[in-house]
Ligand binder design. Structure first.
Ligand SMILES: [Fe+2]
Ligand SMILES: [Fe+2]
Length: 181
């Protein structure tokens, strides 16, 4: 049976490809600003706009319905880390603008924020996959999983930009191929 946790874990595979690309850009010191802008857009529309929306609007509330707290414990930690991730992405985007306006120090700030985001998300996803989702599987019924998946699909079909999840995944795969990660 398909589960809501498996659906979210499938997204994680592509978010981790994107963080691998980010780490490789930092490591190789080849900062292609167009690629970095594309990464910011993919994080905002896919990792945050789609995946974190599924978690924050549907999956975590379902867990709260099972007695998980949004103020403390694993769900609260996950929500806080999503927020930290948004701050790193803002750091990348702001410094891309500064770089385009001629700031020479902006590149190191872009790299610092990309590394911060990648490290945060790798740890975040490990905690979700290994701990929170396994706890969720113990409390969600088959019918609740099915209901969540249907609601996830509604978000996937209703991207504000008219994009489809497949478009994001294709673009992430292209970047991963380019950077050989
Ligand atoms: Fe998350
Ligand atoms: Fe996640």
């Amino acid at each position: 049976m398909d589960t809501s946790t498996k659906n979210l874990e499938d997204d994680h595979i592509y978010i981790l490809k994107l963080t691998d690309v980010m780490k490789e850009i930092v490591r190789s010191e080849k900062s292609d600003i167009e690629h970095i802008e594309s990464i910011v857009e993919l994080i905002r529309n896919f990792a945050d706009g789609l995946h974190h929306a599924k978690e924050e609007n549907l999956f975590f509330p379902a867990l709260e319905g099972k007695g998980f707290s949004a103020q403390q414990g694993p769900v609260a930690v996950m929500l806080h880390e999503h927020e930290q991730g948004r701050n790193f992405v803002k750091g990348i985007a702001d410094n891309v603008e500064l770089f385009k306006n001629g700031s020479t120090s902006a590149l190191s700030e872009i790299n610092r924020n990309m590394s911060g985001y990648a490290d945060l998300l790798v740890n975040h996803i490990a905690k979700e996959n290994n701990i929170l989702f396994r706890m969720a599987d113990r409390v969600l019924s088959d019918a609740e999983h099915k209901n969540l998946i249907e609601q996830f699909q509604a978000i996937e079909l209703d991207r504000p930009s008219g994009d489809r999840p497949d478009d994001y995944i294709r673009r992430i795969n292209e970047l991963a191929l380019f950077y050989k990660v």
